[in-house]
Design a binder for this molecule. Structure first.
Ligand code: PLP
Length: 510
């Protein structure tokens, strides 16, 4: 939770006498600390707080000089700020001239998406949606409402750093193809372990551009076949057809929902030019057999890493296990922008050069066009935000792993089939936590009735989509079973242990 402390509560915490008189203030503060809540002081409260503290010190110590009294007050504020963040007071504030201070505090709380903790009855009456008393705060039941993906809180978690880079980009006056994109490309390539990274507009474009570049380089042509798992998100397949190539759908392995590596060789023909593996749900595809087949048949391997940022296979990360990999930074991804974004990673300098040009109207040098390219670029704002969030990615992944471990160890309901991890804990980054159950709709409704959000990844297999009528005759029973039975439980870096425990208890009672 995000809680902004009104000055009256802060003063309760700073004086033994007041702490004794208002024990709920102290209890609320202790609880917020225990729960790892983000605690704020409004920037508009700081000088008022300084002045009140100064007056108190002066009153209690009449012999102190003003300078000494101010020093004591400032030390107390400095100490508070080791536990509290300063919430900005926005310039677009709706000032209430009857109580300027309160309206500033409320403005700060709104812009920081926090609730104000206060004992001020007048404030609570005037701003009931934005305030809460310490007693109400203590009595909140937090665990019994678990959103599927609390995107807002995921981004608020890093909001101070994100705010800073947003201001920097706006103030730089440079919004496309500048230093932020370069910096992020360098850092993301380093993270993945590849030589190159090209920021593009979204994950679908990343995959489209890889195949398009291979065509421009004469390595692939329209009409060639690309092998792809049948149960992937449709974007992987769209990238193939967008290049007038033929997707060849291969069944997944029911144990891990990844392409069944034992069924790939049978799908290879004289027209096959590439195998596109999709590390679906965050789990790495067992690559050894794919590498062997690619070598044997002289095929390119493309990774769809849209869901697997940071996942390992042996000692290499997703994005560095193939000739080229497409990433999505769609907001809900493990590394998500605040809008669309994507990237290609590769160790191939020629591919890097070609994709870079293709994504920029087909031009590497301004106003010289060597290809009929497109406009698909990662803008400065998204790149700067992604760079902040890249620094948090491994920590966030660890939080996802803790939740996944709890689910896997403690969900014991025989009606629920849990996901399996065969290649070690590092091979899965738990983009989503997918379980299977026979009567999915009933299970989903039961969870919704208990305020637990779920999503189906995905309800309809690509070959049964209207867009792919030409594939509807395919016999893909494993894929169809998966699409009938899967349902994703909530998992995210901001989901608490209590919420996870609540989900486990409810699932076990089903
Ligand atoms: C497996 C997979 N591939 C590709 C994409 C496409 O990414 P984007 O939404 O950024 O275009 C997505 C995400 O939506 C995805 O999940």
């Amino acid at each position: 939770m995000r809680v902004l402390f009104d000055v009256n509560i802060l003063l309760d915490l700073l004086s033994d006498e007041r702490a004794e008189q208002f024990p709920f203030s102290v209890e609320a503060f202790t609880l917020a600390q225990l729960n790892n809540d983000t605690m704020f002081i409004s920037s508009s409260s700081l000088d008022n707080l300084e002045f009140i503290l100064f007056s108190q010190v002066k009153k209690n110590n009449p012999t102190f000089t003003n300078k000494d009294c101010f020093s004591v007050a400032r030390l107390a504020i400095k100490d508070l700020l080791t536990k509290f963040e300063v919430a900005k007071t926005p310039g677009y504030l709706d000032l209430d001239y009857d109580d300027i201070e309160d309206s500033q505090i409320i403005g700060s709380a709104i812009t920081s998406r926090a609730l104000v903790l206060t004992r001020d009855e007048g404030m609570m009456k005037k701003y009931p949606k934005h305030t809460m008393s310490p007693r109400e705060f203590i009595n909140l039941d937090r665990s019994k409402d678990v959103k599927f993906l609390d995107l807002l809180n995921i981004n608020l978690k890093d909001s101070l750093e994100i705010d800073k880079v947003i201001d920097e980009v706006i103030n730089s006056g440079w919004y496309i193809q500048g230093s932020c994109c370069k910096q992020f490309e360098k850092n993301f390539a380093n993270y993945c372990g590849t030589k190159h990274c090209i920021g593009v507009a979204n994950g679908l474009d990343a995959l489209i551009l890889i195949l398009r570049a291979y065509q421009e380089l004469g390595i692939m042509s329209a009409g060639d076949e690309v092998i792809v798992p049948a149960n992937t998100y449709i974007a992987s397949i769209l990238a193939i057809s967008a290049n007038n190539m033929t997707p060849v759908l291969v069944e997944p392995d029911i144990k891990n929902y990844l392409i069944d590596v034992n069924k790939v060789e049978a799908a290879i023909t004289s027209k096959t030019k590439a195998i596109m593996v999709v590390h679906l749900y965050g789990q790495i595809t067992p690559m050894e057999q794919i590498w062997q087949l690619a070598k044997k048949y002289n095929l390119k391997i493309i990774e769809d890493s849209a869901q697997s940022h940071g996942a390992y296979y042996q000692d290499k990360r997703s994005g560095n296990l193939s000739d080229a990999s497409g990433f999505s930074f769609y907001p809900g991804k493990n590394l998500g922008a605040i809008g669309d974004g994507g990237a290609v990673t590769t160790n191939d300098a020629q591919l890097d050069y070609t994709i870079r040009a293709l994504a920029n109207y087909g031009s590497e040098v301004k106003y010289k066009n060597m290809y009929k390219g497109i406009n698909s670029r990662l803008d400065e704002l998204q790149a700067a935000i992604l760079d902040v969030k890249l620094g948090k990615l491994d920590g966030d992944t660890e939080k996802r792993r803790v939740i996944a471990k709890m689910y896997r160890e403690q969900i014991t309901n025989p009606k629920i089939i849990l996901p399996k991890v065969e290649l070690g804990e590092n091979s899965h980054v738990w983009h989503v936590f997918v379980v299977r159950t026979a009567n999915r709709e009933a299970f989903q409704k039961y969870l919704a009735d208990n305020s637990i959000g779920t999503v189906i990844h995905y309800p309809t297999p690509p070959h049964k989509q209207e867009a792919y009528k030409e594939l509807s005759h395919l016999n893909l029973p494993v894929s169809e079973q998966i699409h009938r039975e899967v349902i994703s439980l909530p998992i995210s870096p901001v989901q608490t242990i209590e919420q996870t425990q609540y989900v486990i208890d409810i699932v076990n009672k089903y």
